[in-house]
Write a protein that binds this ligand. Structure first.
Ligand code: PHE
Length: 353
């Protein structure tokens, strides 16, 4: 009898030890190892079970009872500990992966239309409203269109004012949007009505960049050809345009000038919209600000495009978009437009496209 009592006594000790281990376990892994250690195939409990065969019929149920007592208490403690540890581990995982919804988000920066795009589109809108088409021409242009068809033959001295970047003898970066005049004139079908077009785009000159010069800038060409077009049409059109862009009270004046592709040629000034003609720094105390070049289309230009100048006449003008944008927004350096400095561009937010 002594032996069975010793066995049962030893199992109580083992159970105590197991429960202490379970209570001290601090992770699911540690718990799992405790289960293997006590109740696994090679575990401590099996040492007792294996002795069953050597016991008497009387002793067997006593050991059996002790074993199931052990199992019951062990399993209960194990289940409780395992539940607590899993809850704790879950809480830790949640804390670690938590999303802090109170952090300020990253603000997405939206692009807006560049001030030059806004200005160009505003000018286009005005002329579209007057029934003009918007036509674009190539930036890499033939000498033939850029100069010759604009009445600037190869040895013409006025070519010096518009030196440019040459691809080869006959191909160059256009110096103005005027070649689009020739390109449009030669395909326009006058039996379908007059030609009224504007042509916006980049132009290039071999200029040293400074506050008012850029080797690349943008122009808008205007061209109207029909029967009986006169300087009065040009003047009325440019007056309406100037009022639209610079204010209803704006007046214009035409000063004689020279362009090889217009005759007569004029330089067009608007009344200073800052001092309204009083004289200020903006208009260099003259009360007038020059905005564009214009004139009646030279008969040679019409003729070279196969149009009879004794039947048709027209006017043309060319203006710099940067110049208009600088005047209207008080911008003092043309280089600002191309430096992509957000601090500059943000002052002229023009909404999305
Ligand atoms: N092409 C001229 C220039 O760039 C401007 C202009 C266009 C003048 C049309 C008269 C007529 O200076």
């Amino acid at each position: 009898m002594k032996e069975i009592n010793d066995l049962i006594q030893a199992m109580e000790e083992l159970l105590k030890q197991a429960l202490t281990d379970i209570n001290q376990a601090d992770s699911s892994d540690a718990l799992k190892q405790i289960r293997v250690k006590y109740t696994g195939k090679k575990g401590s409990l099996n040492q007792f079970t294996r002795q069953m065969g050597q016991l008497s019929a009387e002793e067997k149920p006593q050991l059996g009872q002790a074993i199931s007592h052990f199992q019951k208490d062990f399993n209960l403690a194990f289940a409780e500990a395992s539940e607590a540890i899993q809850a704790e581990e879950m809480a830790q995982a949640l804390a670690k992966e938590a999303l802090d919804v109170t952090l300020p988000g990253k603000r997405r920066k939206y692009g807006t239309r560049h001030i030059l795009t806004q200005t160009r589109q505003e000018i286009e809108d005005f002329f579209l409203g007057m029934g003009y088409q918007v036509i674009e021409g190539p930036e890499v242009e033939l000498d033939a269109y850029n100069f010759e068809r604009m009445n600037l033959p190869k040895d013409h001295p006025a070519r010096d004012m518009q030196d440019t970047f040459y691809i080869d003898e006959e191909v160059l970066l256009r110096t103005h949007t005027s070649p689009v005049q020739a390109r449009t004139l030669e395909i326009h079908d006058f039996s379908k009505g007059p030609l009224k077009m504007i042509s916006p785009g980049k132009v290039f000159r071999r200029d040293d960049d400074d506050a008012t010069h850029s080797h690349q800038f943008q122009q808008i060409e205007g061209l109207v050809v029909d029967q009986g077009i006169t300087m009065a049409d040009l003047s009325g059109t440019l007056l309406a345009f100037s009022k639209q862009m610079f204010g209803e009270e704006t007046e214009i004046r035409l000063r004689p000038s020279y362009f090889p592709f217009t005759e007569p040629s004029v330089e067009v000034d608007v009344t200073c919209f800052k001092c309204h003609g009083q004289g200020c720094a903006m208009c260099k105390k003259s009360g007038w600000i020059e905005i564009l070049g214009a004139g009646l289309v030279h008969p040679n230009v019409l003729r070279m495009s196969g149009i009879d100048p004794s039947i048709y006449s027209g006017f043309a003008f060319g203006l710099g978009i940067e110049r208009v944008a600088m005047l209207r927004n008080n911008i003092d350096d043309i280089r600002h437009f191309y430096q992509n400095d957000i601090r500059f561009l943000q002052q002229y937010k023009g909404g999305a496209y």
